[in-house]
Design a protein around this ligand. Sequence first.
Ligand SMILES: Cc1ncc(COP(=O)(O)O)c(C=O)c1O
Length: 391
Amino acid sequence: MEVVAYLDHAATTPLRPEVVEAMAPFVDQRYANPSGAHALARDARRAVEEAREEVAELVGARPAEVVFTSGGTEADNLAVLGTLARCAGPAEAVCSSIEHAAVLSPMRAAAQRTAAVPGVPGIGLHEVPARADGVVDLDALAAVLGHQTVLVSVMTANNEVGTVQPIAEVARVVRALAPRAVLHTDAVQAAAYLDLAEVTAPCDLVSLSAHKVGGPKGVGALVVRSPHDVVPLVLGGGQEQERRSGTHNVAGIVGFATALRAAVAERPTERARVAQLRDRFADAVLGAVPDAIETVPRTATLPGHCHLRFEGLDHDELLVVLDRGGVCASAGSACASGALEPSHVLVAMGLDRAQARSGVRFTLGRTTSAEEVDQAAAVVASAVASLRSGC
Ligand SMILES: Cc1ncc(COP(=O)(O)O)c(C=O)c1O
């Protein structure tokens, strides 16, 4: 298999070499369980706590506020279910309709479960629409907030179209209209490019994932800003201050901190470099396929995102031809690719089924080069031309 261009960095990013190096001793010689009582255990525990301090500092939290999890999905579930489990009496939860399934599914499950139990006060759920430009509709958000609202979740940046959400404004509206609400943001996609210490400062809960910043898969964190707390989902040995039981993934946690540190250090230069390459790619495709449509304005997205629609084509067919041409891209979130349903994000933005199924997400990142994007643009242009000509 010859890969011409890996343009699927929003699905996952290649491991950084320094991360591989930092993780290696913990896969091999420094293998102890950090909860143990001997020298080797203390060594592993020190590594976990140093990583915690580092992650905390990089995202503007205190070390005690960082709960390591098995990734972004678990962090989102812990934020949603761990908050709603604390609510007694009738309550309402609110999220944007363009959230990742890791937020939408637990929100819907909690609402359905409580609705199904007679005599138990239910949790009402409001899914707030997005505007056509992929940004959550703040007026619609304000309209559903109130004293009954116990949880609001709006992502920092969308994984499919890449739109950066107005978290500061969301927080202002939530604090003004829903004083009881815990505010959660899923910052999984934003971590590589935005200053999370600043952007997520008004949020009570923040979800992170290592593999979107050049770290390993299967590790992430939920920042739980005091005085809020979450009811644990995983019970057992009481690790992570009773918030998340299970033997620590020491190598993964060390890799996560190393990756985040590297991402933050290179962020200023990478933001500009990646945005320039994204523009070069988008312009080249639009030059060769003039009726291609940019789904959202580039200025509103993370620098690596380029979501294009090719009217009349179906993304599944296009992705097969792109794959044959060595271009790795996707139809939306990695979990949804292969599914026949149109993207819930594009539908929430007001696109019809055919329009939604004509969209492809190209995401650039740290390893992307000019040569790669030029080759990819040529492959995209010829794939569209061949599908349109029926060949
Ligand atoms: C916005 C967002 N949230 C959550 C997740 C899930 O993270 P993980 O793959 O670490 O479970 C992803 C992964 O694609 C994502 O893009």
